[in-house]
Design a protein around this ligand. Structure first.
Ligand code: SAH
Length: 479
């Protein structure tokens, strides 16, 4: 019914508009181009994905794309035509809208953040600056069919010149700029792979441009505002790529602290949690027998069992303990309050706390991971408790996609959240930067990293955002 001609921004999904995210979630089919990042496509949930990008150098069959859009609009309610950056900046959005209008197809245009302006913000080169440059021109260096575009009249205008699609045309671009009177010593900023983990910002002199090399896609920013280039952030973690690897959602508290200090934050879970239905049923049976305690040692355990419980009153009369504040919080989401919470989130503290409470002859039910540390229940048993452990979930290592590998390879620090996460990461150990830091959220994870011979390993005081941040700042303090 409706075709959304939509901009995806320069790359990373964080640059999408809220409108685009809402539509993507509901999309039934998405036709996408070459430069669309998988992090964006992931938001399209269960939509059918149809790649219509060209390989560089091959002609784009626009007629075929228009026909496809019209065909899909008759089969589906919500069709997304997803384009890099903004659809109206070298995106043929206008042509596609005209074709749809002509065919009587309902469409809507959805703005995107153009790489032309994103590159400026990410590199810190202002596009305009009072008394220096009062306008900017956005152009391509490569015309229809790959022909050279004559940049001399544009360069002669002054102001800031933003050049797209110039990577294969560097010599030509350099000559044009030189011919238009630009000083060979003038600075030019190259923004390569803006917003990706392997983003590179280079400052060159015009005389160096023709022989320079950098990865596509890339943008050149030419003009006097280059003198006013500032870093994108002045924070202590400026331009550090920090990879969070937890399952589930990331902590917004941690993310905002990191981005506030200038870091680029990525999230790739290293493991996925698979629930064991039989064990969960076993847990519920045990719950009906009214143990004295239920002990939650992770958020995953809470999710695994509480999503299966029909009536929360099954917990009445049972005391609940949990391993830390985060676990307590996710318990509260299910309207349950813990009787006992370890202040520093680890199993040892929780065991001590339970012992101090007095658990002799108590029946303690623990929904655990298949890879749970046996020491915890042993300690409770030694204190005289009867422990019933149900292995309600198990972690499974996730295989990384090519774009995820790209993030991993360029990470400056990785936060590792569990022993199984450490094991999963081990499969990719050879791909990490030699100086990449690894922060374990607790001692068990820390020991798992050490025993797998990782370097630059740190142990955070606790999994809380403040402690993780502290470890990261410690690691980078000499940079
Ligand atoms: N509609 C897009 C532009 C499409 S033309 C937009 O508004 O951004 C493709 C060109 O855009 C590339 O050759 C490159 O010059 C630029 N580009 C797109 N994504 C980029 C990125 N992440 N980093 C640097 N340049 C990018």
């Amino acid at each position: 019914m409706t075709v959304y001609i939509m901009g995806a921004g320069p790359g990373d999904a964080k640059f999408l508009t809220l409108e685009a995210v809402d539509i993507l979630k509901e999309a039934e089919v998405v036709l996408y181009d070459r430069l669309i990042d998988p992090s964006v496509l992931k938001l399209a949930g269960h939509a059918k994905l149809h790649y219509v990008g060209k390989t560089p150098g091959e002609p784009h069959d626009q007629g075929e794309i228009n026909r496809l859009l019209i065909k899909y609009s008759r089969q589906y309610d919500k069709v997304v035509r997803l384009k890099g950056g903004d659809p109206f900046v070298f995106g043929r959005g206008g042509e596609e809208a005209e074709a749809l209008l002509g065919a009587g197809v309902n469409y809507r245009l959805v703005a995107g953040l153009s790489s032309a302006t994103a590159a400026a913000i990410l590199s810190g080169v202002p596009l305009t600056y009072r008394n220096v440059s009062s306008f900017f021109t956005v152009t391509t260096a490569s015309g229809m069919g790959g022909i050279d575009v004559d940049l001399r009249p544009l360069a002669a205008l002054g102001g800031t010149l933003v050049i797209l699609m110039g990577n294969a045309k560097k010599a030509q671009v350099a000559k044009n700029l030189f011919d238009s009177g630009l000083d060979p010593e003038a600075n030019i900023t190259v923004v390569s792979r803006a917003s990706y983990a392997d983003q590179v910002i280079k400052e060159l002199r015009l005389s160096e441009l023709a022989d320079s090399s950098y990865l596509s896609p890339a943008i050149l920013i030419v003009g006097p505002t280059n003198k006013h280039r500032v870093p994108n952030s002045s924070g202590k973690l400026h331009s550090k790529n920090i990879l969070l690897t937890n399952t589930g959602d990331i902590s917004l508290e941690l993310k905002s602290s990191l981005t506030g200090l200038g870091a680029n934050v990525f999230h790739i879970p290293l493991i996925e949690i698979i629930n064991d239905e039989n064990e969960i049923r076993g847990f519920i049976d045990e719950l009906e027998k009214k143990p004295d305690w239920v002990v939650f040692t992770s958020k995953n355990a809470i999710k695994a069992v509480l999503n299966e419980i029909a009536d929360i009153r099954i917990f009445s009369g049972i005391k609940i303990a949990c391993v830390g504040k985060k676990t307590e919080k996710s318990l509260e989401e299910f309207k349950l309050t813990a009787d006992l919470v370890a202040k520093v989130a680890n199993a040892d503290n929780l065991a001590e706390l339970l012992k101090a409470y007095g658990i002799e002859k108590s029946r303690i039910l623990i929904p655990a991971s298949s890879s749970a540390d046996p020491n915890f229940s042993l300690k409770l048993k030694n204190a005289g408790a009867k422990v019933i452990e149900q292995k309600v979930y198990y972690p499974r290592p996730v295989d990384l996609s090519e774009s995820q590998m790209n993030v991993l390879k360029h990470a400056d620090a990785i936060l590792v959240y569990s022993q199984s996460g450490a094991l999963s990461l081990f499969r990719y150990a050879n791909n990490l930067k030699a100086n990449c830091g690894l922060v374990a959220i607790g001692e068990i994870t820390y020991n798992a990293l050490l025993s797998n011979h990782f370097n630059n390993v740190m142990c955070a005081g606790s999994p809380e955002a403040g402690d993780l941040l502290k470890s990261l700042l410690d690691f980078f303090k000499n940079d």
